[in-house]
Design a binder for this molecule. Structure first.
Ligand SMILES: Nc1ncnc2c1ncn2[C@@H]1O[C@H](COP(=O)(O)OP(=O)(O)O)[C@@H](O)[C@H]1O
Ligand SMILES: [Mg+2]
Length: 257
């Protein structure tokens, strides 16, 4: 194979999108615009807060975003965010944010439809909304829909693959998908395919040190970016979201472990 030096030059000009997560952007510099990233972890580890930090940072910086709400009622979600210090309704009223829900009748209608039809329908709905608010960011939380039985793992894998490919083809948004790992499992994602399709993987977790729990963020993969896989400790701060504190190894050192 012949090496083409000009192409290597171009590679340096990555178009990066900041996450708005304090401490993380300093480490990764940003996400590749137009690509899809996976945030994974057990329940309660901060996946939704991570996703919203990313969307709200965009909304505040003239990059409107879409949040595909999958497993919570719209009202509960908006209220939860308000209690956290985030006024989603203000952003929605100003076309900086749009929250899409999978309506029960959609799920019913899609139940026995071929995979392609379901994916096309979801992507078309997102694309319509994306062009309305000129969306630059998209979150699907979680990526697994309530459309089929979760036991059908091969269907789910094909669905996730098709969804990501079609979103990246059809939209220009930078995307975060979340995937919930069952408690106690060692896998990186629920269906074992998300991490291969994503340009980067963030694993959220909890670490118990001297009987105290710490929230952790493991940068597991960052395609084409010079980022080491490292584990960081973070806090969840009202009104700010995820805030990175320090490397987990520093914490161990300070505690003399
Ligand atoms: N105001 C707050 N300050 C600190 N932590 C909070 C606050 N509000 C919620 N949390 C924590 O955030 C966690 C929920 O995060 P979430 O993003 O919903 O998790 P996931 O989506 O991974 O299930 C809860 O476990 C809760 O302890
Ligand atoms: Mg969640």
């Amino acid at each position: 194979m012949k090496m083409v030096p000009e192409k290597r030059e171009k590679k340096k000009g990555y178009d990066l999108v900041t996450t708005g997560i304090k401490g993380l952007d300093e480490i990764i510099e940003g996400l590749l615009r137009g690509r899809t990233y996976l945030v994974t972890g057990e329940t309660g580890t901060g996946k939704t807060i991570f996703s919203l930090t990313f969307l709200l940072h965009g909304a505040m910086n003239n990059e409107p975003g879409i949040y595909l709400l999958v497993d919570e009622e719209y009202e509960d979600f908006v209220k939860g965010a308000r209690d956290f210090g985030w006024d989603l309704e203000y952003l929605i009223d100003n076309n900086l944010l749009s929250i899409l829900t999978l309506l029960p009748d959609f799920i019913e209608r899609m139940k026995n439809k071929p995979l392609d039809t379901i994916v096309r329908s979801i992507v078309e709905n997102i694309a319509y909304e994306a062009s309305r608010i000129n969306a630059q960011r998209l979150v699907i939380d979680p990526v697994a829909p309530l459309v089929v039985s979760e036991n059908d793992v091969s269907w789910m894998r094909e669905y996730i693959r098709s969804l990501i490919i079609n979103i990246e083809k059809r939209l220009r948004t930078t995307n975060i998908i979340t995937s919930e790992i069952p408690t106690g499992s060692n896998s990186l994602s629920r269906f074992g395919v998300e991490e291969f399709l994503a340009a980067g993987v963030f694993v959220l977790g909890l670490e118990k040190i001297n009987n105290k729990f710490y929230r952790t963020l493991f940068i597991r993969k960052m395609r084409w970016r010079p980022v080491n896989p490292d584990i960081y400790v973070f806090n969840i701060v009202s009104g700010q979201g995820i805030v990175i504190k320090e490397k987990l190894s520093n914490l161990y050192r300070k505690r003399g472990i």
